[in-house]
Ligand binder design. Structure first.
Ligand code: SF4
Ligand code: SF4
Ligand code: SF4
Ligand code: FES
Length: 947
């Protein structure tokens, strides 16, 4: 195996359709108009020496190494900044050019320390390569670079270093931070020999606005900005292309290895979701894979108060299987169930639901999408006929108005946020609908045209008010609606939204958003060109989550913003494979491909393939399993890669449910919070240790490739096979590709998907079958999947969770950039330097009324429970609203959240909880008890001692 090397064409691809033919070194070349000479030369295989150019960035023209001669033109222009022209005759290699380039290189090298042999980038340095390329053999001005400024090495960032003497001031890092990432954290300070890259106001990287995305490190042609692992481990010697296991953006990376050791994750330029960019999580936060707290041996215990006992795989699997069999014999077939993981691969998820349906013989299977995007599946299924987003991420490059609702992509979907911000800097307009003044509302060179800071729980009212303006002001797209939707249903809906109670003026009172802001936003979305809606959990995690999704779908149909690039309805999915886990049949009522279990023809297809009879009744959802456990009828559960105790609402209810069960089997990397109530612990494998596929928020199926052997002994799919066999239902697969073949055989939208296809093409978006052999980048192009698009009346029904004198504030929750979900992975990496605790954001007015100062401990109480955490006073939240993250188990924000949920899907109402806050001296009693229990439940007797 060798390192995967992508070609650097020097400047970005030109988008023009018109082509231009020129001659380079005597050969004709045809390229799109606007292409640089450098890129045109590279496309025919001629690499012109370069230092300041790279195809991730616009041409800059500062290093003067890429000089060429053009017939009929004076001088030697830079090929990176000179566009091609018809009939142009270019020479890239002449004696004069060679002499000039050597002269330029001589100056660079004279200002650079010559410590190549001991440099961390030795063998991975463009300066070194270019010195060779121009044939530099001598330097007349000395080698030491002693005039170069050296303010000292900056090692403040946990993952990379900045070593100023090695800097050639090419500005690639500064431009990457601006153009690719959009953070504008870097500048070149000083002039001439004093020029130096400076984060923020000449601060350290850690103290500056830098968000550690790694784009500058990637862009740096020298070792000035270099990963610390390159110092610690050495340069990589082979690499494997794989997919990030954090969020639903699905960035492709090259895992660069030295033997079995991962040196660095480098964003892959051919990755169609990320186009060579990354965020701090995927790029750097993979250290959890080898963290000392990772559990590598299976464990069992009779009671949850006992210490864990390490056992062999055989014993653990046999014990789990016999417990499930005993429970089913005693309490009935339906007394057990399981939860699939949205962090695991499609193949692994498919196997778990197969085990439950075929080996347990019931449909008690659910997944974490229940608590995040199940309303997306329902709402888009009802209106458009398919349970997924409509676009690819490239589509954002053609949008004119972006509406971001209930999402903070800068924190939760950072690479998508960078792509959106780039489009906004090019002139697209932005509408943000969010209770918080998120980074999307205002950040360097970005300002939302409208921010609708609505009160949590009023999404439906505000979206219907937008529709009111669009309909009553005649801004809808009648041609689109008549062609693509049911006109009578539209009229019925139009009549409803036009009612006076849905006017912006009426809605302003209950939502807190000014009527003229609602009117302005509606007009902009309807008339501003291509309108694209992006939304997150601030839409779905409400008692009216499904209604809100339908209201969004209505808006897109009414304005004709569906079925072409630049528009659409785009749920930003949370976990890496939450789209996939839904597609794979993880819900109790649906087989893979969203086919209802009660439909005989669908069920029979699976029965024939699997050789079993399936139950035609839908099984229990997660919350129903927990209810049934408390009631005494549900006794055993197999949980793969999911921490329901920390991630699900109303923690006390979850713990009561788990406590009531006789066999809880947890399969995970760490002894997570749920494992406190487990009787069997099966150590899981990381995404680096297995083959498979993930499906991202664009419906894009991408390969996950094994780069190292599983440290626990087995990949997760193999563990499920062991358990199924012990339960008496053996499944036979030698490789995950065979599981994908079965998925393709049984799932119409995946019919043409195979590992061979994915390896050849890189990735594909479902549906991918005979009707769409190349996959489906954009959905509903010539018609909706369900036939006619369906307008659905979205009446606003306020949540039952109400503020009052005891609980006068509204709590809403979200994520932070550096942490991921329940934090089990990111808390075990260097990312903790940015977020070591969950804080409660409080508006200064609310804080002052209660005598709370920044950093004080506060008690946060709701009808469900109470916890304590420290205050962060900020105007990012409106008066009356407080906000926190849920990344740390010692905070347990979900002790506070209630068990209210979406009417259609039971998705919990995380985003609205009536609370009160008050000064506090320390942890609540619940937290103290929990800490004690946590310590007790993590005791382990090692295998050697147990023998
Ligand atoms: S790591 Fe990213 S945010 Fe930080 S300076 Fe580099 S490009 Fe900018
Ligand atoms: S740090 Fe690297 S990318 Fe930035 S100016 Fe210096 S050499 Fe260029
Ligand atoms: S944006 Fe998401 S998928 Fe991409 S690197 Fe970050 S966490 Fe991974
Ligand atoms: S690469 Fe063209 S001027 Fe630097």
């Amino acid at each position: 195996m060798s390192l995967v090397q992508e070609i650097d064409y020097g400047t970005p691809r030109a988008k023009a359709v018109k082509e231009v033919t020129l001659t380079i070194d005597g050969e004709p070349v045809t390229v799109p108009e606007g292409t640089s000479i450098m890129r045109a030369a590279m496309e025919r295989g001629t690499q012109i020496p370069k230092l300041c150019a790279t195809d991730m960035l616009d041409a800059f023209g500062s290093c003067r190494l890429c000089l060429v001669e053009i017939e009929g033109r004076a001088g030697t222009p830079a090929s990176c900044t000179t566009p091609v022209a018809t009939g142009m005759v270019v020479r890239t290699q002449t004696d004069r050019l060679k002499r000039l380039r050597r002269g330029v290189m001589e100056l660079y090298i004279s200002d650079h320390p010559l410590d190549c042999l001991t440099c961390s980038a030795n063998g991975d340095c463009e300066l070194q390569d270019m010195a060779g390329a121009v044939g530099l053999r001598d330097v007349r001005y000395g080698y030491a670079g002693e005039k170069h400024p050296n303010p000292g090495k900056d090692e403040s960032n946990p993952y990379f270093t900045y070593d100023p003497p090695k800097c050639i001031v090419c500005s690639r890092c500064v431009r990457a931070c601006e153009e690719v990432q959009g953070t504008f954290a870097l500048t070149i300070a000083g002039r001439g020999f004093d020029s130096v890259v400076s984060p923020g106001m000449q601060e350290s990287f850690l103290a500056s606005e830098c968000v550690s995305c790694g784009a500058c490190v990637q862009a740096c042609p020298t070792a000035t900005l270099n990963e610390k692992a390159m110092y610690d481990i050495g340069t990589p010697e082979h690499s494997v292309v794989t997919t990030c296991a954090y969020c639903g953006v699905g960035c492709a990376f090259k895992a660069e290895m030295r033997g079995e050791e991962l040196v660095r994750m480098v964003p892959y330029k051919d990755g169609e979701a990320n186009r060579g960019h990354s965020c701090v999580k995927g790029r750097f936060a993979w250290g959890y894979a080898t963290h000392k707290e990772r559990i590598l041996k299976p464990m069992i215990r009779a009671k949850v108060t006992d210490p864990w006992k390490e056992v062999s795989w055989d014993e653990a699997i046999a014990h789990a299987a016999s417990e499930f069999k005993r429970i089913q014999a005693k309490y009935g077939k339906d007394s057990v169930g399981g939860i699939t993981s949205s962090r695991c691969t499609n193949e692994e998820t498919f196997l778990v639901q197969k085990l439950i349906r075929a080996a347990f013989g019931n449909n008690n299977v659910d997944t974490c999408a229940r608590v995040c995007h199940s309303p997306t599946g329902y709402g888009l299924g009802q209106t458009y006929g398919t349970s997924a987003g409509t676009q690819n991420f490239d589509s954002v490059e053609q949008c004119d108005v972006a509406v971001v609702i209930g999402a903070n992509p800068a924190a939760a979907h950072p690479v998508f946020a960078s792509r959106l911000k780039k489009r906004l800097r090019q002139g697209a307009k932005l509408i943000v609908i969010d209770p918080r003044r998120t980074e999307m509302v205002q950040s360097p060179h970005i300002e939302a045209a409208y921010h609708l800071p609505l009160l949590p729980g009023t999404n439906v009212a505000v979206l219907t008010a937008l529709a009111h303006v669009i309909v009553t002001e005649g801004l809808y797209d009648e041609k689109f609606i008549r062609e693509r939707c049911d006109w009578d249903e539209f009229q019925h809906w139009a009549e409803f939204v036009s009612l006076p109670q849905n006017s912006p003026e009426a809605v302003a009172k209950l939502s807190g958003v000014r009527a003229e802001t609602i009117r302005g936003a509606a007009r902009l979305y309807a008339t501003g060109g291509n309108g694209a809606i992006y939304y997150g959990l601030g839409v779905t995690e409400h008692s009216q989550g499904s209604t809100t999704v339908m209201a969004i779908a209505n808006l897109a149909m009414a304005t004709g913003n569906i079925g072409r690039p630049g528009v659409g309805v785009n749920p930003l999915r949370g976990q890496n494979n939450v789209q996939g886990s839904c597609d794979m049949g993880s819900f109790p009522h649906e087989l893979s491909g969203y086919r209802h279990i009660s439909i005989d023809s669908s069920r029979q297809l699976f029965e024939k393939d699997w050789g079993v009879t399936l139950d035609k009744e839908p099984g229990l959802r997660i919350n129903n399993m927990l209810d049934a456990a408390v009631d005494g009828s549900f006794k055993g559960i197999y949980i793969q890669g999911e921490d329901i105790l920390q991630s699900d609402p109303d923690t006390k209810h979850v713990s009561a449910g788990l406590e009531a069960m006789e066999c809880v089997v947890v399969q995970d990397l760490f002894l997570n919070e749920t494992a406190r109530f487990a009787h069997v612990f099966l150590p899981g494998s990381t995404f680096l240790e297995k083959d498979g596929t993930f499906t991202n928020a664009e419906r894009r199926i991408q390969r996950v490739r094994k780069v190292m052997s599983p440290k626990n002994g087995y990949a997760d799919w193999e563990i499920t096979l062991l358990l199924a066999k012990a339960l008496g239902y053996a499944m036979h697969y030698d490789h995950p590709s065979q599981i994908m073949d079965e998925i393709a055989r049984l799932t119409p939208g995946f019919a043409n998907v195979s590992y061979q296809m994915l390896d050849e093409r890189g990735s594909v978006q479902w549906p991918c079958n005979d009707k769409a052999p190349d996959g489906s980048p954009i959905m509903h192009v010539n018609g909706f999947v369900r036939g006619k698009g369906k307008f659905i009346v979205t009446e606003y029904i306020p949540t039952d969770e109400k503020t009052g004198p005891r609980f006068p504030l509204l709590l809403t929750t979200g994520r932070i950039l550096s942490q991921y979900n329940v934090g089990a992975q990111t808390r075990r990496t260097g990312n903790s330097v940015w977020h070591s605790e969950d804080r409660l954001e409080i508006h200064p007015h609310d804080a002052e009324q209660r005598g709370i100062r920044d950093g004080d401990w506060v008690k946060l109480a709701s009808r469900a429970g109470e916890t304590t955490l420290r205050a962060l006073i900020t105007e990012n939240v409106a008066p009356g609203v407080v906000y926190t993250t849920f990344h740390h188990p010692d905070t347990q924000a979900n002790v506070i959240t209630t068990d209210f949920s979406d009417w259609a899907t039971n998705c919990p109402e995380y985003k609205v909880t009536a609370v009160q806050i008050s000064p506090s001296n320390g942890p609540s009693r619940w937290q103290q008890e929990y800490e004690e229990f946590s310590r007790e439940s993590r005791r382990i007797t090692p295998l050697e001692a147990a023998e």
